[in-house]
Design a protein around this ligand. Structure first.
Ligand code: GTP
Length: 362
């Protein structure tokens, strides 16, 4: 079985961190999202994956050298400067995909603990051209919500409905089983949206089905969701991440530290904190509810609460970073600065004045 992974979007909602890496390369508990996906594909005996990318994403993906878990990779590129949306890449990869069997299509920016074998099995029982994994959420108003009949046939999707009018709590989870007939539904050489153009036509033709799954699901499209899935995957009962006691570092589990992390004495790390590879934390630093990407250093007596700090950043001494702040790669923040709530800073900026209101520093 083959899978096509949609990985060529621009991730505008995750800027500035997505200026320097595609969403598929965002670390989820210190492992790129795409590696989680490869592991899940391998577990479900999917042997071949086609990565639908643009030129920049392909370049960055090749640099990262993610373990592929035995999955064979082929790249299918959108034409330069012409993003094909979520449907166009399926048509573009027509020659690389199977014409006798269904195949999987996955939104690359979604963490979805779907049993692919099971959804394929369910799909076989229906006369479907597409079967969509559906996930139950408390608040469906941010998503595409499925209206289903008693046979799990999807009558239609309602985009971002007000809660009182939502036809169900089941949302499009970004995992699809598609049959080769799908190629007839997708126009060639232009951007096509699967969700807005192709699925509504299939629903009208009675060829669109849903499959509800219970596993963990998160769309990392927004910074809050990205932090949340990292927190969820930290096991609150895992106390293995003790730091050298003699250094008098206080670790409040759950936390995750990658290799070569160093932490100065009297620092308090956690709960819900992830430190990437070779993160250097000074003395008396407080970090909680945050993700710190690799190769970043944090000076003495600084505090970080509810933020994401990019790769190779240099945070000075006595710096305060508040909730919802996103600091781009290689940003340098001078000693004594404060970033209040929801400040985001573009890559490689130098911050020498405090920012006390929500702002994008470009
Ligand atoms: P935002 O700009 O923040 O909305 O993100 P996005 O466009 O990257 O993501 P969206 O949720 O809209 O897309 C769902 C999936 O399709 C993601 O995995 C994207 O990488 C992928 N995708 C979106 N647009 C394109 C495209 O034009 N070409 C390709 N190859 N993939 C795409």
């Amino acid at each position: 079985m083959k899978a096509l992974i949609l990985a060529g979007g621009f991730g505008t909602r995750l800027r500035p961190l997505s200026c320097t890496r595609p969403k598929t390369l965002f670390p989820i508990v210190n492992k790129p999202l795409l590696q989680w996906t490869f592991e899940r594909l391998a577990k479900n005996d999917v042997t071949d994956a086609i990565l639908a990318v643009n030129h920049q994403t392909e370049f960055l993906l090749k640099q990262y050298r993610i373990p592929r878990c035995g999955v064979r990779i082929t790249y299918s590129r959108d034409p330069p400067g012409k993003p094909l949306g979520t449907g166009g890449p399926v048509k573009k990869a027509e020659k690389l995909l199977d014409h006798d069997f269904p195949f999987l299509v996955l939104n690359g920016d979604i963490f979805a603990d779907v049993n692919y074998k099971e959804i394929v099995k369910i799909d076989k029982k229906k006369k479907a051209v597409a079967t969509i994994a559906l996930h139950r959420v408390e608040d469906p108003t941010r998503y595409g919500v499925a209206e289903l009949d008693e046979n799990n046939r999807i009558r239609r999707f309602v985009e971002k409905p007000p809660s009182e009018t939502a036809p169900s709590n089941f949302i499009n989870a970004g995992v699809y089983v598609l049959h080769p007939e799908i190629f007839k539904y997708i126009p060639e050489n232009r951007a096509v949206s699967l969700e807005r153009e192709v699925f509504p036509t299939l629903a009208e033709d009675g060829k669109l089905y849903g499959h509800m799954f219970d596993g963990l699901w998160s769309d990392i499209g927004e910074p809050e969701d990205y932090l949340e899935i990292n927190k969820t995957l930290l096991n609150p009962f895992d106390t293995s991440q003790k730091f050298e006691e003699r250094k008098k570092v206080e670790v409040k589990n759950p936390v995750a530290f990658d290799k070569e992390v160093s932490i100065g004495e009297k620092s308090v790390i956690g709960p819900y904190t992830i430190l990437g590879r070779h993160v250097i934390v000074g003395k008396n630093v407080h970090i909680r509810d945050s993700v710190i990407f690799q190769n970043t250093s944090i000076g003495d007596s600084s505090s970080i609460n509810g933020a994401v700090i990019g790769e190779g950043a240099n945070i000075g001494k006595e710096v305060k970073i508040g909730k919802g702040c996103i600091v781009g790669d290689h940003v340098k923040i001078k000693d004594g600065m404060a970033l209040a709530k929801k400040v985001s800073i573009c890559p490689a900026k130098e911050i020498s004045e405090s920012v006390l209101t929500p702002e994008n520093i470009i």
